[in-house]
Design a protein around this ligand. Structure first.
Ligand code: ADP
Length: 621
């Protein structure tokens, strides 16, 4: 491809060349015309001179005074700076102002002389063999005008010829030519400079406009098409620049509007909890939001352009998208997707067809709502209801059965009646314990959710002591000793009733699952970091321990590592769940360390920033 030339190189050389041709043509024509004019003037002049001397020459010829004629010729020739020659009809030169006529050739056949003898004024410009130079000759037929007024058609016997050298003329002409060339050159240089300036004036604003347009194409609309400093621009260019400025302004506004619109859309999409994917009719992903990228474990930037099958690995979801793409029918459903990083996910999917502003079908929009938590909660609630029903059913069935047996006649047998009533009492106690635990669990949950739990800076030792006292009777009955190690000056921001309940639950469990003669040790330690303090209440027993497989689910409601044993020991399966909720209400945790046969250690971990502050203030003292 030919590289386009700059505008200045298109205008300038052509203009200079045109000017050059014009000047050369005009100069040449002028020089030629001038030369011709000069020659003609000289010829007229020679004719006049010849005419002036012709009277006298004719007179001398008539007198046959050839010697005098020669003198006259020489004198007149010298005075007028003209060569004067007189020629007879046979071509013999009778007199010449410059040469000896005797030595001169026959001049009859000289062109000007021939014409003159024919009766006209002969003119010629040619080389003189006699003088060896270029000359202009004018030959006049000599006719006696005085004696014969009618000269026309008269035979011509003599011719007078005048001539001058062309050399001096040529010199003069040469000088004139040199001046013409000089002036032409000056005009050419001047015209060249002017053309260059004009070309630059035309091309400069265009170059500036090109630069501004380049900036526009890069998205920078801050500059004007023509800077204010550009004064040389023509009206057309200024008008064009103005139009382009207006166009750029409109474009800028449109781009800004699109960007704002895009940013708003992006913000909306990014802040949506729902996963959103936009797919075109060729099943390629056009756009997806952060939630979708997270859900499918992909990098959001690299997905657009990929096929939906590469993103969505779920066959059912793929089928649904393909179906909506084909039928354009909206699809609302729920699918279970699996992702290695986020695991099993329940997704409520809503797939609708998408149309552009003109109503043309462009693809589908997939909105996925992750309802995993909701489904899991539903599952937990279902399990909980089933568990509660199951837990309540056993004592109720038992009570119901024994009451029936009593009514059926066992009431009459005093011993049986007593035995059965004891069982009914035990089962109703169990019922009451379960209901009480359930109530306290839901109370903690509710109060915690509504932020109704009150916390106070409390000395921990009395709380632990109170819990031990509550459990002492049970410990004594079970033959288990209790040991407490708690700093007496430790204060903590807690709800003392709840913390006491948690400690009671842990200690009761420890007693329950310990053997006679075992010891349960309650230790309280406080550690203070730079900004927060941590208090660990540890309940350690030497009991049966818990198999590792049960540990992860131990704090779930109604979860028991040993169903039969727990029930027979009067456990409700809610004690540890209550402890967990109490810990959470204090922004704390509960941990367990245990293995089958080697006792268990439960730790309630509570945090208090006040501890750190106290320590820091002590340090500063
Ligand atoms: P329960 O009322 O049955 O004790 P918990 O929620 O308090 O219910 O305890 C859940 C289960 O954890 C118990 O059934 C028991 O199997 C196990 N467990 C709790 N504490 C201990 C412990 N200190 N030693 C052994 N097993 C324990």
């Amino acid at each position: 491809m030919i590289k386009p030339k700059k505008l200045i190189w298109q205008i300038f050389p052509v203009s200079v060349l045109t000017i050059l041709v014009a000047i050369v043509a005009v100069s040449w024509y002028g020089a030629v015309t001038l030369q011709e004019f000069y020659f003609q003037e000289t010829e007229n002049d020679l004719e006049a001179r010849a005419s002036l001397v012709s009277e006298r020459v004719l007179q001398l010829l008539k007198q046959q005074s050839i010697a005098e004629l020669r003198d006259y010729s020489i004198r007149m020739g010298r005075d007028s700076g003209t060569r004067i020659t007189v020629i007879r009809k046979d071509g013999k030169v009778l007199a010449d102002s410059s040469e000896n006529p005797e030595l001169m050739d026959n001049h009859r056949m000289r062109r000007e002389i021939d014409i003159a003898f024919a009766g006209s004024v002969g003119k010629s410009r040619r080389y003189s063999k006699t003088l060896g130079e270029n000359r202009i000759y004018v030959a006049l037929p000599l006719v006696d005008r005085l004696n014969s007024p009618q000269t026309e058609g008269m035979p011509v016997s003599y011719v007078i010829r005048t001539s001058v050298s062309v050399a001096s003329l040529a010199r003069t002409l040469e000088n004139i030519r040199i001046r013409i060339i000089g002036v032409s050159l000056a005009v050419m240089i001047f015209a060249g400079v002017v053309t260059l300036l004009v070309s630059r004036n035309v091309s400069k604003p265009l170059e500036q406009m090109t630069e501004s347009a380049r900036q526009f194409s890069l998205g920078d609309f801050s500059k004007k098409m023509l800077p204010l400093s550009t004064k040389s621009a023509s009206l057309e260019i200024v008008t064009l620049a103005g139009s382009m400025d207006r166009m750029a302004k409109l474009l800028d506004e449109k781009i800004q509007a699109i960007l704002t619109h895009g940013n708003q859309l992006e913000t909306i999409l990014s802040s949506m909890v729902e996963a959103v994917i936009v797919i075109d009719t060729s099943e390629q992903v056009i756009r997806l939001n952060e939630s979708a990228a997270l859900l499918f474990g992909v990098n959001r930037k690299t997905v657009p352009g990929k096929f939906v099958q590469q993103l969505v690995r779920n066959v059912r979801l793929q089928q649904k998208i393909t179906r909506t793409l084909a039928t354009r029918e909206a699809d609302l459903d729920e699918v279970v997707a699996y992702n290695s990083s986020v695991g099993e996910r329940f997704l409520q999917t809503n797939i609708v067809s998408l149309s552009d502003g003109q109503g043309a079908y462009v693809g589908v929009l997939v909105v996925m709502n992750d309802v995993t938590r909701m489904r899991k909660l539903e599952e937990v609630r279902r399990d909980f209801v089933a568990n509660v029903s199951h837990e309540l059913k056993t004592p109720i069935t038992s009570i119901h059965g024994y009451v029936e047996t009593l009514l059926d006649g066992a009431l009459d047998n005093r011993d049986d009646a007593r035995k059965f009533l004891k069982i009914i009492l035990k089962q109703s106690g169990r019922l009451s314990a379960i209901i009480e635990d359930l109530l306290s669990l839901s109370r903690i949950e509710q109060q915690s959710r509504k932020k109704e739990i009150t916390y106070k800076q409390t000395a921990l030792y009395p709380v632990i002591r109170q819990a031990i006292e509550t459990c002492q009777v049970k410990a004594d009955t079970a033959g288990v000793s209790l040991e407490v190690d708690c700093p007496e000056d430790l204060t903590l921001r807690i709800n003392s009733t709840l913390v006491e309940q948690a400690v009671v639950n842990l200690v009761v469990n420890a007693i329950t699952y310990s053997g006679r003669g075992d010891m349960v040790k309650i230790t309280v330690t406080a550690s203070v970091a730079e900004t927060s303090g941590t208090v660990r209440i540890t309940v350690e027993d030497q009991g049966c321990g818990i198999a590792a497989k049960h540990l992860p689910r131990l704090f779930e409601r109604f979860y028991r590592s040993d169903q039969a044993r727990s029930r027979s020991l009067g456990g409700t399966g809610l004690g540890l769940a209550i402890v967990k909720h109490i810990a959470q209400a204090h922004r704390g945790t509960v941990e367990v360390e245990s293995s089958l046969g080697s006792g268990s250690t439960f730790t309630l971990v509570l945090h208090d920033d006040q501890l750190a502050q106290n320590k820091n203030s002590l340090k500063n003292l």
